[in-house]
Design a protein around this ligand. Structure first.
Ligand code: GDP
Length: 529
Protein backbone atom coordinates (compact mmCIF):
# COMPACT_ATOMS: atom_id res chain seq x y z
CA UNK A 1 0.00 0.00 0.00
CA UNK A 2 1.35 3.42 -0.90
CA UNK A 3 2.14 6.08 1.70
CA UNK A 4 -0.80 8.13 0.47
CA UNK A 5 -3.21 5.20 0.75
CA UNK A 6 -1.97 4.53 4.26
CA UNK A 7 -2.84 8.09 5.23
CA UNK A 8 -6.23 7.99 3.55
CA UNK A 9 -7.28 4.82 5.31
CA UNK A 10 -6.65 6.22 8.78
CA UNK A 11 -9.30 7.65 11.06
CA UNK A 12 -8.06 8.96 14.39
CA UNK A 13 -10.79 10.18 16.68
CA UNK A 14 -11.98 10.58 20.24
CA UNK A 15 -15.32 9.83 21.86
CA UNK A 16 -16.46 12.49 24.30
CA UNK A 17 -19.38 12.49 26.67
CA UNK A 18 -20.57 13.28 30.12
CA UNK A 19 -19.82 10.31 32.40
CA UNK A 20 -22.40 7.52 32.06
CA UNK A 21 -23.74 8.56 28.68
CA UNK A 22 -22.32 5.35 27.19
CA UNK A 23 -18.83 6.12 25.90
CA UNK A 24 -17.30 2.86 27.16
CA UNK A 25 -20.19 0.79 25.85
CA UNK A 26 -20.02 2.42 22.44
CA UNK A 27 -16.23 1.97 22.28
CA UNK A 28 -16.69 -1.69 23.02
CA UNK A 29 -19.29 -2.17 20.30
CA UNK A 30 -17.05 -0.43 17.80
CA UNK A 31 -14.22 -2.78 18.70
CA UNK A 32 -16.54 -5.76 18.24
CA UNK A 33 -17.24 -4.61 14.69
CA UNK A 34 -13.55 -4.47 14.02
CA UNK A 35 -13.18 -8.00 15.35
CA UNK A 36 -10.61 -6.53 17.71
CA UNK A 37 -12.31 -8.10 20.70
CA UNK A 38 -14.50 -11.19 20.79
CA UNK A 39 -16.97 -10.45 23.52
CA UNK A 40 -18.79 -7.74 25.36
CA UNK A 41 -17.22 -6.65 28.62
CA UNK A 42 -13.71 -6.82 27.25
CA UNK A 43 -13.04 -3.11 27.34
CA UNK A 44 -12.05 -2.26 30.83
CA UNK A 45 -13.86 0.59 32.30
CA UNK A 46 -11.41 3.20 33.37
CA UNK A 47 -13.78 5.67 34.84
CA UNK A 48 -13.55 6.69 38.43
CA UNK A 49 -16.18 4.78 40.32
CA UNK A 50 -18.22 6.98 42.58
CA UNK A 51 -18.39 4.20 45.14
CA UNK A 52 -14.62 3.93 45.41
CA UNK A 53 -13.54 3.87 49.03
CA UNK A 54 -10.53 5.99 48.36
CA UNK A 55 -10.35 8.27 45.43
CA UNK A 56 -6.63 8.14 44.87
CA UNK A 57 -6.46 4.37 45.09
CA UNK A 58 -9.15 4.36 42.48
CA UNK A 59 -7.00 6.63 40.36
CA UNK A 60 -4.10 4.23 40.68
CA UNK A 61 -6.34 1.41 39.52
CA UNK A 62 -7.52 3.52 36.67
CA UNK A 63 -3.98 4.51 35.74
CA UNK A 64 -3.09 0.83 35.48
CA UNK A 65 -5.64 0.14 32.83
CA UNK A 66 -5.59 3.46 31.12
CA UNK A 67 -2.25 2.70 29.45
CA UNK A 68 -4.03 -0.18 27.78
CA UNK A 69 -7.03 1.89 26.80
CA UNK A 70 -5.18 5.08 25.84
CA UNK A 71 -5.37 4.12 22.20
CA UNK A 72 -7.66 1.42 20.88
CA UNK A 73 -6.97 0.61 17.28
CA UNK A 74 -8.76 -1.73 14.94
CA UNK A 75 -9.39 -2.34 11.28
CA UNK A 76 -12.86 -2.12 9.81
CA UNK A 77 -13.59 -2.38 6.10
CA UNK A 78 -9.92 -1.83 5.45
CA UNK A 79 -9.83 1.42 7.43
CA UNK A 80 -7.34 1.74 10.26
CA UNK A 81 -9.26 3.24 13.14
CA UNK A 82 -7.54 4.76 16.17
CA UNK A 83 -9.77 5.66 19.09
CA UNK A 84 -8.06 7.91 21.62
CA UNK A 85 -9.38 7.54 25.12
CA UNK A 86 -10.64 10.64 26.85
CA UNK A 87 -11.34 10.46 30.58
CA UNK A 88 -14.87 11.57 31.32
CA UNK A 89 -14.27 12.55 34.95
CA UNK A 90 -14.23 16.31 35.25
CA UNK A 91 -11.07 16.37 37.36
CA UNK A 92 -9.27 14.98 34.34
CA UNK A 93 -10.75 17.42 31.89
CA UNK A 94 -7.35 18.85 31.08
CA UNK A 95 -6.13 15.42 30.03
CA UNK A 96 -9.08 15.23 27.70
CA UNK A 97 -8.44 18.71 26.29
CA UNK A 98 -4.90 17.67 25.45
CA UNK A 99 -6.01 14.44 23.85
CA UNK A 100 -8.35 16.47 21.68
CA UNK A 101 -5.29 18.12 20.13
CA UNK A 102 -4.37 14.72 18.69
CA UNK A 103 -7.72 13.70 17.16
CA UNK A 104 -8.87 14.41 13.64
CA UNK A 105 -12.54 14.13 14.53
CA UNK A 106 -14.85 13.40 17.42
CA UNK A 107 -18.00 11.43 18.25
CA UNK A 108 -20.12 13.04 20.95
CA UNK A 109 -22.32 10.65 22.96
CA UNK A 110 -25.46 12.10 24.53
CA UNK A 111 -27.88 10.28 26.83
CA UNK A 112 -31.41 10.46 25.40
CA UNK A 113 -32.93 11.00 28.84
CA UNK A 114 -30.42 13.51 30.15
CA UNK A 115 -29.76 15.48 27.00
CA UNK A 116 -26.78 17.81 26.93
CA UNK A 117 -24.87 17.69 30.23
CA UNK A 118 -22.15 19.82 31.77
CA UNK A 119 -19.08 17.89 30.62
CA UNK A 120 -20.49 17.60 27.12
CA UNK A 121 -20.78 21.36 26.98
CA UNK A 122 -17.19 21.96 28.08
CA UNK A 123 -15.67 19.41 25.74
CA UNK A 124 -17.73 20.38 22.73
CA UNK A 125 -16.73 23.98 23.28
CA UNK A 126 -13.07 22.99 22.97
CA UNK A 127 -13.84 21.05 19.77
CA UNK A 128 -15.73 23.99 18.34
CA UNK A 129 -12.86 26.35 19.07
CA UNK A 130 -10.67 24.08 16.97
CA UNK A 131 -13.27 23.35 14.27
CA UNK A 132 -12.97 19.62 14.88
CA UNK A 133 -15.54 17.68 12.83
CA UNK A 134 -18.12 16.14 15.16
CA UNK A 135 -20.77 13.44 14.83
CA UNK A 136 -23.37 13.19 17.60
CA UNK A 137 -24.70 9.82 18.79
CA UNK A 138 -27.85 9.99 20.90
CA UNK A 139 -27.75 6.88 23.03
CA UNK A 140 -30.07 4.70 25.12
CA UNK A 141 -33.09 4.90 22.81
CA UNK A 142 -34.32 1.69 24.44
CA UNK A 143 -35.18 3.90 27.41
CA UNK A 144 -37.72 6.64 27.82
CA UNK A 145 -36.10 9.94 27.04
CA UNK A 146 -36.60 13.39 25.61
CA UNK A 147 -38.36 14.05 22.34
CA UNK A 148 -35.95 13.79 19.39
CA UNK A 149 -36.67 17.32 18.17
CA UNK A 150 -36.17 18.73 21.66
CA UNK A 151 -32.82 16.98 21.81
CA UNK A 152 -31.80 18.41 18.45
CA UNK A 153 -32.79 21.87 19.72
CA UNK A 154 -30.74 21.25 22.85
CA UNK A 155 -27.69 20.43 20.73
CA UNK A 156 -28.09 23.66 18.81
CA UNK A 157 -28.84 25.93 21.72
CA UNK A 158 -26.64 24.59 24.49
CA UNK A 159 -23.75 23.43 22.34
CA UNK A 160 -24.01 25.94 19.53
CA UNK A 161 -23.99 23.19 16.92
CA UNK A 162 -25.67 23.21 13.52
CA UNK A 163 -27.09 19.74 13.42
CA UNK A 164 -28.69 17.59 10.78
CA UNK A 165 -30.10 14.17 11.71
CA UNK A 166 -28.85 11.29 9.59
CA UNK A 167 -31.09 8.81 11.33
CA UNK A 168 -34.38 9.16 13.14
CA UNK A 169 -35.93 7.05 15.88
CA UNK A 170 -39.27 5.30 15.57
CA UNK A 171 -40.74 5.46 19.03
CA UNK A 172 -38.68 5.34 22.17
CA UNK A 173 -38.25 3.36 25.37
CA UNK A 174 -40.94 0.72 25.67
CA UNK A 175 -42.29 1.66 22.24
CA UNK A 176 -38.94 1.84 20.53
CA UNK A 177 -39.45 0.17 17.18
CA UNK A 178 -36.31 0.99 15.32
CA UNK A 179 -34.48 3.63 13.37
CA UNK A 180 -34.94 5.14 9.98
CA UNK A 181 -31.54 5.67 8.45
CA UNK A 182 -31.77 8.92 6.51
CA UNK A 183 -28.23 8.50 5.18
CA UNK A 184 -28.74 4.99 3.81
CA UNK A 185 -32.50 5.39 3.28
CA UNK A 186 -33.63 2.26 5.05
CA UNK A 187 -35.22 1.11 8.26
CA UNK A 188 -33.72 -1.10 10.87
CA UNK A 189 -36.16 -2.71 13.20
CA UNK A 190 -35.33 -3.10 16.83
CA UNK A 191 -36.20 -6.40 18.38
CA UNK A 192 -35.97 -6.27 22.12
CA UNK A 193 -34.42 -9.69 22.43
CA UNK A 194 -31.55 -9.17 20.03
CA UNK A 195 -29.52 -7.88 22.92
CA UNK A 196 -25.77 -7.65 22.52
CA UNK A 197 -25.74 -9.51 19.20
CA UNK A 198 -24.44 -7.91 16.07
CA UNK A 199 -26.54 -7.89 12.90
CA UNK A 200 -29.81 -8.94 14.32
CA UNK A 201 -31.65 -6.08 12.74
CA UNK A 202 -33.43 -6.25 9.43
CA UNK A 203 -33.29 -3.63 6.74
CA UNK A 204 -36.42 -2.17 5.23
CA UNK A 205 -36.18 -0.13 2.08
CA UNK A 206 -39.23 1.77 0.95
CA UNK A 207 -40.79 4.42 3.12
CA UNK A 208 -43.88 5.02 0.96
CA UNK A 209 -44.91 1.39 0.81
CA UNK A 210 -47.89 0.36 2.93
CA UNK A 211 -45.69 -2.41 4.17
CA UNK A 212 -44.40 0.16 6.62
CA UNK A 213 -47.80 0.09 8.33
CA UNK A 214 -47.81 -3.64 8.55
CA UNK A 215 -44.41 -3.72 10.16
CA UNK A 216 -44.42 -0.83 12.60
CA UNK A 217 -48.18 -0.19 12.84
CA UNK A 218 -50.34 2.64 11.50
CA UNK A 219 -49.63 5.16 14.20
CA UNK A 220 -45.87 4.75 14.12
CA UNK A 221 -45.80 4.81 10.33
CA UNK A 222 -47.75 8.04 10.20
CA UNK A 223 -45.61 9.58 12.91
CA UNK A 224 -42.41 8.61 11.15
CA UNK A 225 -43.52 10.11 7.84
CA UNK A 226 -44.55 13.33 9.64
CA UNK A 227 -41.28 13.48 11.53
CA UNK A 228 -39.24 13.01 8.41
CA UNK A 229 -41.22 15.74 6.66
CA UNK A 230 -40.37 18.00 9.55
CA UNK A 231 -36.71 16.98 9.42
CA UNK A 232 -36.65 17.83 5.73
CA UNK A 233 -38.32 21.15 6.35
CA UNK A 234 -36.21 22.26 9.30
CA UNK A 235 -32.72 20.86 8.83
CA UNK A 236 -30.41 21.43 5.90
CA UNK A 237 -29.31 18.33 4.00
CA UNK A 238 -26.06 16.80 5.14
CA UNK A 239 -23.07 18.51 3.59
CA UNK A 240 -19.75 16.74 3.96
CA UNK A 241 -17.67 19.86 3.40
CA UNK A 242 -19.50 21.72 6.17
CA UNK A 243 -19.06 18.74 8.48
CA UNK A 244 -15.33 18.64 7.75
CA UNK A 245 -15.00 22.34 8.48
CA UNK A 246 -16.75 21.87 11.81
CA UNK A 247 -19.76 23.86 10.61
CA UNK A 248 -22.36 21.09 10.54
CA UNK A 249 -22.80 18.10 12.81
CA UNK A 250 -24.69 14.99 11.72
CA UNK A 251 -26.70 13.20 14.39
CA UNK A 252 -27.40 9.47 14.81
CA UNK A 253 -29.75 7.77 17.23
CA UNK A 254 -29.30 4.32 18.73
CA UNK A 255 -28.61 2.14 21.69
CA UNK A 256 -25.00 1.22 22.29
CA UNK A 257 -25.87 -1.42 24.86
CA UNK A 258 -28.12 -3.21 22.39
CA UNK A 259 -25.70 -2.61 19.58
CA UNK A 260 -28.42 -0.85 17.75
CA UNK A 261 -27.63 1.97 15.35
CA UNK A 262 -23.90 1.46 15.97
CA UNK A 263 -23.13 -0.15 12.61
CA UNK A 264 -24.89 2.74 10.85
CA UNK A 265 -22.82 5.18 12.83
CA UNK A 266 -19.58 3.37 12.07
CA UNK A 267 -20.30 2.91 8.37
CA UNK A 268 -21.09 6.57 7.96
CA UNK A 269 -18.13 7.55 10.13
CA UNK A 270 -15.54 5.73 8.02
CA UNK A 271 -16.98 7.28 4.91
CA UNK A 272 -17.21 10.91 6.02
CA UNK A 273 -14.71 11.33 8.86
CA UNK A 274 -11.42 12.93 7.87
CA UNK A 275 -8.16 11.10 7.44
CA UNK A 276 -5.22 12.79 9.21
CA UNK A 277 -5.32 16.49 8.56
CA UNK A 278 -2.65 19.11 8.09
CA UNK A 279 -1.53 20.62 11.37
CA UNK A 280 -0.38 24.10 12.18
CA UNK A 281 3.07 24.47 13.63
CA UNK A 282 4.27 27.85 14.84
CA UNK A 283 6.45 28.01 11.73
CA UNK A 284 4.08 26.72 9.03
CA UNK A 285 1.24 24.38 8.12
CA UNK A 286 2.46 20.78 7.91
CA UNK A 287 0.66 18.42 5.52
CA UNK A 288 0.19 14.77 6.46
CA UNK A 289 1.64 13.58 3.15
CA UNK A 290 4.97 15.35 3.55
CA UNK A 291 7.86 12.89 3.35
CA UNK A 292 9.62 13.97 6.52
CA UNK A 293 8.36 12.70 9.83
CA UNK A 294 7.00 15.09 12.41
CA UNK A 295 4.90 14.47 15.48
CA UNK A 296 4.17 15.81 18.93
CA UNK A 297 3.74 14.51 22.47
CA UNK A 298 0.19 14.90 23.76
CA UNK A 299 0.27 12.55 26.71
CA UNK A 300 2.81 11.11 29.10
CA UNK A 301 2.08 8.08 31.15
CA UNK A 302 4.12 7.14 34.18
CA UNK A 303 5.04 3.58 34.87
CA UNK A 304 2.90 1.92 37.50
CA UNK A 305 5.90 0.25 39.02
CA UNK A 306 7.56 2.76 41.35
CA UNK A 307 10.92 0.99 40.90
CA UNK A 308 10.93 1.67 37.18
CA UNK A 309 10.39 5.27 36.72
CA UNK A 310 10.38 5.20 32.96
CA UNK A 311 7.36 6.58 31.25
CA UNK A 312 5.51 6.17 28.03
CA UNK A 313 5.27 9.31 25.89
CA UNK A 314 2.42 9.24 23.38
CA UNK A 315 3.27 10.84 20.05
CA UNK A 316 0.78 11.65 17.36
CA UNK A 317 2.40 11.31 13.95
CA UNK A 318 1.50 14.37 11.87
CA UNK A 319 3.54 13.77 8.72
CA UNK A 320 5.91 11.22 7.18
CA UNK A 321 6.62 7.78 8.59
CA UNK A 322 7.96 7.08 12.02
CA UNK A 323 10.56 4.36 11.85
CA UNK A 324 12.18 2.21 14.49
CA UNK A 325 15.87 2.99 15.15
CA UNK A 326 15.89 6.05 12.93
CA UNK A 327 17.32 9.21 14.54
CA UNK A 328 14.85 12.04 15.14
CA UNK A 329 15.38 15.54 16.42
CA UNK A 330 13.89 16.38 19.80
CA UNK A 331 13.29 20.01 18.89
CA UNK A 332 13.12 21.51 22.39
CA UNK A 333 16.47 20.17 23.58
CA UNK A 334 18.12 19.96 20.18
CA UNK A 335 19.16 16.33 20.63
CA UNK A 336 18.89 13.50 18.15
CA UNK A 337 17.19 10.42 19.56
CA UNK A 338 16.61 6.88 18.33
CA UNK A 339 13.90 4.56 19.55
CA UNK A 340 14.52 0.85 19.48
CA UNK A 341 11.11 -0.21 20.73
CA UNK A 342 8.37 2.16 19.65
CA UNK A 343 4.98 0.80 20.65
CA UNK A 344 1.91 0.77 18.49
CA UNK A 345 -1.51 -0.06 19.85
CA UNK A 346 -3.94 -2.62 18.61
CA UNK A 347 -7.19 -3.33 20.40
CA UNK A 348 -5.96 -3.45 23.98
CA UNK A 349 -2.46 -4.63 23.26
CA UNK A 350 0.66 -2.75 22.54
CA UNK A 351 3.41 -4.12 20.37
CA UNK A 352 6.70 -2.98 18.90
CA UNK A 353 6.35 -1.68 15.35
CA UNK A 354 8.84 -0.83 12.66
CA UNK A 355 6.82 1.82 10.90
CA UNK A 356 3.89 4.10 11.74
CA UNK A 357 1.96 6.54 9.57
CA UNK A 358 0.31 9.94 10.01
CA UNK A 359 -2.69 9.60 12.30
CA UNK A 360 -1.06 6.81 14.28
CA UNK A 361 -0.10 7.09 17.89
CA UNK A 362 3.30 5.77 18.90
CA UNK A 363 4.26 5.10 22.51
CA UNK A 364 7.91 5.83 23.27
CA UNK A 365 9.73 4.75 26.40
CA UNK A 366 11.06 7.83 28.08
CA UNK A 367 13.33 8.38 31.02
CA UNK A 368 12.40 12.02 31.48
CA UNK A 369 13.28 13.65 28.18
CA UNK A 370 9.78 14.51 27.08
CA UNK A 371 7.25 17.09 28.12
CA UNK A 372 3.76 17.46 26.82
CA UNK A 373 3.85 19.53 23.64
CA UNK A 374 7.36 18.44 22.58
CA UNK A 375 7.92 17.98 18.86
CA UNK A 376 9.98 15.32 17.07
CA UNK A 377 11.13 15.90 13.48
CA UNK A 378 13.78 14.78 11.02
CA UNK A 379 15.70 18.01 11.55
CA UNK A 380 13.36 20.92 10.96
CA UNK A 381 12.71 23.14 13.98
CA UNK A 382 8.93 22.82 14.11
CA UNK A 383 6.80 23.60 17.15
CA UNK A 384 3.25 22.32 17.11
CA UNK A 385 0.64 24.67 18.42
CA UNK A 386 -2.52 23.99 20.28
CA UNK A 387 -1.48 22.28 23.47
CA UNK A 388 -2.24 25.08 25.85
CA UNK A 389 -2.53 24.94 29.61
CA UNK A 390 -5.92 25.99 30.92
CA UNK A 391 -6.40 28.10 33.99
CA UNK A 392 -6.62 25.71 36.95
CA UNK A 393 -9.44 26.03 39.43
CA UNK A 394 -7.81 24.91 42.67
CA UNK A 395 -4.59 26.29 44.10
CA UNK A 396 -2.45 25.31 47.06
CA UNK A 397 1.05 26.04 48.30
CA UNK A 398 3.14 22.92 48.28
CA UNK A 399 5.62 22.52 51.14
CA UNK A 400 8.39 20.04 51.70
CA UNK A 401 7.55 17.85 54.70
CA UNK A 402 10.91 16.08 54.84
CA UNK A 403 13.94 18.37 54.53
CA UNK A 404 16.22 15.39 53.88
CA UNK A 405 14.32 14.62 50.72
CA UNK A 406 14.09 17.97 49.01
CA UNK A 407 15.93 16.75 45.91
CA UNK A 408 13.47 13.92 45.49
CA UNK A 409 10.56 16.25 46.06
CA UNK A 410 11.60 18.72 43.40
CA UNK A 411 12.41 16.02 40.92
CA UNK A 412 9.04 14.40 41.59
CA UNK A 413 7.15 17.65 41.23
CA UNK A 414 9.00 18.41 38.03
CA UNK A 415 8.20 15.07 36.47
CA UNK A 416 4.58 15.02 37.55
CA UNK A 417 4.14 18.47 36.02
CA UNK A 418 5.75 17.25 32.75
CA UNK A 419 3.17 14.50 32.74
CA UNK A 420 0.50 17.17 33.00
CA UNK A 421 -0.94 16.03 36.32
CA UNK A 422 -1.14 19.65 37.48
CA UNK A 423 0.54 23.01 36.93
CA UNK A 424 3.28 24.54 38.98
CA UNK A 425 3.59 28.27 39.56
CA UNK A 426 6.53 29.91 41.26
CA UNK A 427 5.73 33.16 43.03
CA UNK A 428 7.78 36.14 41.92
CA UNK A 429 7.94 37.66 45.37
CA UNK A 430 9.37 34.82 47.41
CA UNK A 431 9.91 31.82 45.14
CA UNK A 432 7.25 29.74 46.89
CA UNK A 433 5.67 27.01 44.83
CA UNK A 434 1.98 26.83 44.15
CA UNK A 435 0.23 23.89 42.53
CA UNK A 436 -2.82 24.56 40.40
CA UNK A 437 -5.19 21.79 39.35
CA UNK A 438 -8.43 21.40 37.47
CA UNK A 439 -9.92 19.11 40.10
CA UNK A 440 -9.37 18.69 43.82
CA UNK A 441 -8.54 14.99 43.36
CA UNK A 442 -5.18 15.79 41.83
CA UNK A 443 -3.77 17.05 45.13
CA UNK A 444 -4.24 13.60 46.62
CA UNK A 445 -2.77 11.99 43.54
CA UNK A 446 0.33 14.19 43.72
CA UNK A 447 0.88 13.58 47.42
CA UNK A 448 0.42 9.85 47.00
CA UNK A 449 2.65 9.56 43.97
CA UNK A 450 5.41 11.77 45.42
CA UNK A 451 5.58 9.47 48.37
CA UNK A 452 5.31 6.16 46.51
CA UNK A 453 7.36 6.94 43.45
CA UNK A 454 9.88 9.49 44.69
CA UNK A 455 10.07 8.83 48.43
CA UNK A 456 9.23 12.46 49.16
CA UNK A 457 6.62 13.97 51.41
CA UNK A 458 4.67 17.15 50.94
CA UNK A 459 2.03 19.14 52.72
CA UNK A 460 -0.36 21.72 51.31
CA UNK A 461 -1.47 25.10 52.49
CA UNK A 462 -4.47 26.93 51.21
CA UNK A 463 -3.85 29.66 48.71
CA UNK A 464 -7.00 31.46 47.76
CA UNK A 465 -6.81 32.15 44.06
CA UNK A 466 -9.78 32.65 41.81
CA UNK A 467 -8.08 32.28 38.42
CA UNK A 468 -4.61 32.12 36.95
CA UNK A 469 -4.30 34.37 33.91
CA UNK A 470 -1.40 34.38 31.49
CA UNK A 471 -0.08 37.89 31.04
CA UNK A 472 0.54 39.45 27.66
CA UNK A 473 1.95 42.96 27.59
CA UNK A 474 1.15 45.14 24.61
CA UNK A 475 4.47 46.77 25.17
CA UNK A 476 6.72 45.40 27.91
CA UNK A 477 8.49 48.75 28.12
CA UNK A 478 5.49 50.96 28.75
CA UNK A 479 4.83 52.52 32.14
CA UNK A 480 1.48 50.85 32.56
CA UNK A 481 3.06 47.42 32.37
CA UNK A 482 5.82 48.44 34.75
CA UNK A 483 3.28 49.72 37.22
CA UNK A 484 1.18 46.57 36.84
CA UNK A 485 4.23 44.48 37.67
CA UNK A 486 5.13 46.63 40.65
CA UNK A 487 1.66 46.96 42.16
CA UNK A 488 0.63 43.36 41.58
CA UNK A 489 3.95 41.76 42.45
CA UNK A 490 2.38 39.78 45.26
CA UNK A 491 0.06 38.12 42.74
CA UNK A 492 2.56 37.35 40.03
CA UNK A 493 4.16 34.00 39.32
CA UNK A 494 5.94 32.14 36.56
CA UNK A 495 4.56 28.96 35.07
CA UNK A 496 6.80 26.01 34.19
CA UNK A 497 7.69 27.53 30.83
CA UNK A 498 8.65 30.81 32.46
CA UNK A 499 5.57 32.65 31.23
CA UNK A 500 4.26 35.37 33.55
CA UNK A 501 0.98 34.58 35.27
CA UNK A 502 -1.33 36.81 37.29
CA UNK A 503 -3.08 35.01 40.15
CA UNK A 504 -6.29 36.91 40.75
CA UNK A 505 -7.75 36.34 44.20
CA UNK A 506 -11.31 37.19 43.20
CA UNK A 507 -13.43 37.94 40.20
CA UNK A 508 -13.66 41.50 41.40
CA UNK A 509 -9.93 42.03 41.59
CA UNK A 510 -9.57 40.47 38.15
CA UNK A 511 -12.07 42.94 36.70
CA UNK A 512 -10.46 45.88 38.48
CA UNK A 513 -7.04 44.87 37.18
CA UNK A 514 -8.35 44.57 33.64
CA UNK A 515 -9.90 48.02 33.87
CA UNK A 516 -6.90 49.65 35.42
CA UNK A 517 -4.34 48.17 33.04
CA UNK A 518 -6.11 47.85 29.70
CA UNK A 519 -2.88 47.36 27.77
CA UNK A 520 -2.02 44.28 29.83
CA UNK A 521 -3.96 41.37 28.37
CA UNK A 522 -4.95 38.56 30.71
CA UNK A 523 -5.66 35.14 29.14
CA UNK A 524 -7.27 32.04 30.62
CA UNK A 525 -5.22 29.75 28.41
CA UNK A 526 -1.47 29.76 28.02
CA UNK A 527 -1.48 30.02 24.24
CA UNK A 528 -2.48 33.18 22.46
CA UNK A 529 -1.56 34.98 19.27
P1 GDP B 1 -19.45 6.09 30.11
O1 GDP B 1 -19.30 6.60 31.49
O2 GDP B 1 -19.89 7.19 29.18
O3 GDP B 1 -18.28 5.32 29.60
O4 GDP B 1 -20.74 5.10 30.14
P2 GDP B 1 -20.83 3.53 30.10
O5 GDP B 1 -20.60 3.02 28.73
O6 GDP B 1 -20.05 2.93 31.20
O7 GDP B 1 -22.39 3.36 30.37
C1 GDP B 1 -23.01 3.83 31.56
C2 GDP B 1 -24.20 2.94 31.89
O8 GDP B 1 -25.19 3.07 30.88
C3 GDP B 1 -23.84 1.46 31.94
O9 GDP B 1 -24.56 0.87 32.99
C4 GDP B 1 -24.29 0.95 30.59
O10 GDP B 1 -24.64 -0.42 30.64
C5 GDP B 1 -25.52 1.81 30.33
N1 GDP B 1 -25.80 1.94 28.89
C6 GDP B 1 -24.93 2.23 27.89
N2 GDP B 1 -25.57 2.26 26.70
C7 GDP B 1 -26.87 1.98 26.96
C8 GDP B 1 -28.03 1.85 26.14
O11 GDP B 1 -28.00 1.97 24.91
N3 GDP B 1 -29.19 1.57 26.78
C9 GDP B 1 -29.29 1.40 28.13
N4 GDP B 1 -30.46 1.13 28.66
N5 GDP B 1 -28.21 1.52 28.93
C10 GDP B 1 -27.01 1.80 28.36
Amino acid sequence: MSFKEQIQRRRTFGIISHPDAGKTTLTEKLLLFGGAIQEAGAVKNNKIKKTATSDFMEIERQRGISVATSVLAFIYKDKKINILDTPGHKDFAEDTFRTLTAVDSVIVVVDVAKGVEEQTEKLVQVCRMRNIPMIVFINKLDREGKDAFDLLDDLEQKLGLSVTPLSFPIGMGYDFKGIYNIYEKNINLFSGDSKKNIEETIAFDSLESTELESIIGNKAAEELRDNLDLVNGVYPPFDKESYLKGQQQPVFFGSALNNFGVRELLDCFIEIAPSPRAKKAEERLVEANEKEMSGFVFKIHANMDPKHRDRLAFIKIVSGTFERNKPYLHVRNGKKMKFSSPNAFFAEKKEIVDISYPGDIVGLHDTGNFKIGDTLTEGEALHYKGIPSFSPEHFRYINNADPMKSKQLYKGIDQLMDEGVAQLFTLELNGRRVIGTVGALQFEVIQYRLEHEYGAKCTYENFPVYKACWVQAEDPKNDEYKEFKRVKQKFLAKDKRGQLVFLADSQFSLQMTQQKYPSVKLHFVSEFD
